[in-house]
Design a binder for this molecule. Structure first.
Ligand code: ZN
Ligand code: ZN
Ligand code: ZN
Length: 374
């Protein structure tokens, strides 16, 4: 038999993650972990389940082999990881919930993935009447937050790709005036794929007063001269996400916009440089919020400063008031303060940052200013 060195190395990553998960299960008194659709599953197996009605479930007992219960027709999609999990395909006429219940029958405490469909859990509950249930995020979340080098490399590559697109935007190579927001959004989406992402996750384009709505849906509004255009876009490249926001101005920048943008840029930089290991996440939020508040725009910064990023666009840790947990080396997150004046304009500036032993490392490095474009 030919030994595939690469496959062994990959299996080793998942094996080590499973070991850490089992240690966390022991710490939290969890007997069995059940993961279905969502991103805890690919984190532990490399397999992203199809989000459809047929049940896929990874059953991880604290002591014992993990089993991936999967529809037989989807089994060929799984890259088997020797020693990590056993594959247990079920046939169209089987009852997959009964298969899972049997595997989990000895468990008193079950941890359930956040994104498991309610349907599967509702069907499982009566089959395991004596079990108690808790959230798998308490077991897997703290591990997923701390990115290893391979994950940081993947995030770096995805960030560099959207940096290149932002540079094109800033250089005026993406035409804005005369096009609708939706047209520019699909232009950005094409570039996201052309730059090496497999999937576009979003491409927000918001012009003028529309930019005052942080999650504006790009629509039929035509972009005109002399207004701000906010672009917030990202995709998934080799499993890991990118996310960047840059604004440009279609004409000489209006004085009130220039004044606010200077504040925003200072706030974002202050937040990034505050992100040293050990800093409570909420203090990274305060660093941006204080600058914006001192300039008199406090009430117009209506959202948290950032979110963790990795296999998912939004995951732990959240950079928000109330999150006092200290930043650890390997945490990856966005720093994206904004200022939104309803009916007038809005602006946001966003980079992905990784906490490292030698300080905050920004993965997005394209210019942070507000360039004038045609
Ligand atoms: Zn957002
Ligand atoms: Zn974003
Ligand atoms: Zn973001």
């Amino acid at each position: 038999m030919r030994v595939d060195r690469y496959a062994v190395a990959v299996s080793q990553i998942y094996l080590e993650r499973l070991q850490r998960v089992r240690a966390a299960m022991t710490e939290r008194g969890v007997d069995t972990l059940l993961l279905s659709v969502g991103h805890d599953l690919p984190y532990l197996t490399g397999y992203l389940a199809m989000p459809l009605e047929r049940l896929t479930m990874l059953v991880v007992p604290r002591d014992g082999d993990a089993t991936l219960v999967i529809p037989r027709l989807e089994a060929p999609r799984v890259a088997e990881q020797p020693g990590v999990f056993d594959l247990l395909p079920w046939n169209e006429t089987d009852d997959p919930t009964a298969v899972v219940a049997k595997l989990a029958s000895g468990a008193r405490t079950l941890a359930i993935g956040d994104q498991m469909w309610a349907r599967f859990l509702v069907e499982l509950l009566p089959q395991l009447p004596r079990a108690t249930y808790t959230r798998a995020v308490d077991v897997v979340g703290p591990l997923r937050m701390v990115k290893d080098q391979a994950e940081i490399d993947a995030l770096t590559a995805a960030s560099a790709a959207v940096d290149r697109i932002a540079a094109e935007l800033q250089a005026g190579q993406i035409r804005l005036v005369g096009r609708t927001e939706a047209e520019v959004s699909s232009d950005l989406s094409e570039r996201i794929l052309a730059e090496g992402h497999q999937k576009v996750n979003f491409a927000i384009v918001a012009a003028g007063e529309n930019a005052a709505s942080p999650h504006h849906h790009a629509g039929s509004r035509v972009i005109t001269e002399n207004e701000i255009v906010l672009c917030d876009f990202g995709g998934t490249m080799n499993g890991y996400c990118s996310d960047i926001t840059r604004c440009v101005f279609t004409g000489e920048v209006a004085a009130d916009v220039a004044e606010a943008y200077e504040v925003l840029q200072r706030a974002q930089a202050a937040s990034v440089s505050s992100a040293a290991i050990g800093t409570p996440c909420q203090d990274i939020d305060s660093a941006a919020r204080n600058v914006i508040a001192e300039a008199g725009f406090g009430e117009y910064f209506v959202h948290r400063t950032g979110h963790g990023i990795g296999l998912e666009e939004h995951e732990d840790p959240y950079i928000v008031q109330g999150n006092a947990s200290p930043l650890e080396a390997g945490h990856a997150f966005s720093v994206e303060p904004g200022i939104y004046l309803p009916g007038k304009w809005g602006m946001r500036l966003e980079d992905i940052v990784v906490a490292t032993e030698s300080g905050p490392l920004s993965l997005n490095n394209v210019d942070h200013g507000l360039p004038v474009v045609a």
